[in-house]
Ligand binder design. Structure first.
Ligand SMILES: C[S@@+](CC[C@H](N)C(=O)[O-])C[C@H]1O[C@@H](n2cnc3c(N)ncnc32)[C@H](O)[C@@H]1O
Length: 205
């Protein structure tokens, strides 16, 4: 798995583009107090660079060392800095909590998915924000017609509204939608597809 991502990120250019994900930008731009943000599985740093450039204190990680290399290059071009660790999510531990966590195309198999969310959401402060955009199970028919849209083939790695309602039970949901989108994100997310989007706030006990 790591090799697959390292190979992809060793190619020329940015696999998912160098601009932030549109929904990530839309959500984060509405948050007035720009404090700390965690970006798990951040790849080549497009969202980390944007968040840092508008004043967030960014912590990112990814299993791919090639992804980190590209992210650091992109950060240098934009004159921003952030903390980016090369780690499998199963091995990462945080010694702080964050004000926001964003899940942008973070796809794992069923047995890893819930461990992943438990761990990342444990690191979110009460009242903290969640931004999420990943492929829906309904993306499969779009992928059949247009493989360039990308996204996992394995339905267990995809998401549904009901699954998000379960993972984020008790959260204040500002938006939870399944959207048809036209992606223009590098060479690996291109054309019409179907995504699940969530913007939510962790409850304050
Ligand atoms: C589709 S890419 C999305 C990258 C980035 N979030 C973006 O939207 O540009 C999925 C990312 O998950 C990372 N990844 C896969 N398995 C991982 C794991 N076990 N721990 C940490 N990162 C992982 C990959 O290296 C890859 O960068």
């Amino acid at each position: 798995m790591k090799k697959m991502w390292d190979d992809r990120y060793a190619e020329d250019g940015f696999a998912y583009g160098s601009e932030p994900n549109v929904y990530f930008k839309e959500c984060i731009d509405t948050i007035e107090l720009k404090k700390s943000i965690l970006l798990p599985a951040e790849g080549e740093g497009r969202n980390a660079v944007y968040a840092a450039s508008v004043g967030w204190d960014v912590t990112a990680f990814d299993i791919s060392s090639e992804g980190r290399e590209k992210a650091i290059q992109l950060a240098e071009v934009h004159g921003v800095k952030f903390n980016y660790e090369v780690k499998d999510f199963e091995e990462i531990y945080f010694n702080r909590a964050f004000d926001c966590v964003a899940f942008i195309y973070t796809h794992f198999t069923t047995e890893k998915k819930y461990l992943f969310f438990d761990k990342m959401l444990d690191a979110l402060k009460p009242g903290g924000w969640v931004i999420f955009e990943c492929f829906s199970v309904n993306n499969l028919s779009f992928r059949d017609k247009n493989p360039k849209i990308g996204g996992p083939e394995n339905p267990n790695m995809l998401y549904s509204i009901v699954e998000l309602q379960t993972i984020f039970m008790g959260y204040k949901i500002i938006n939870l939608t399944e959207d048809l989108v036209t992606l223009n994100e590098g060479k690996y997310h291109n054309g019409e597809g179907c995504v699940i989007r969530l913007f939510a706030q962790k409850p304050i006990p």
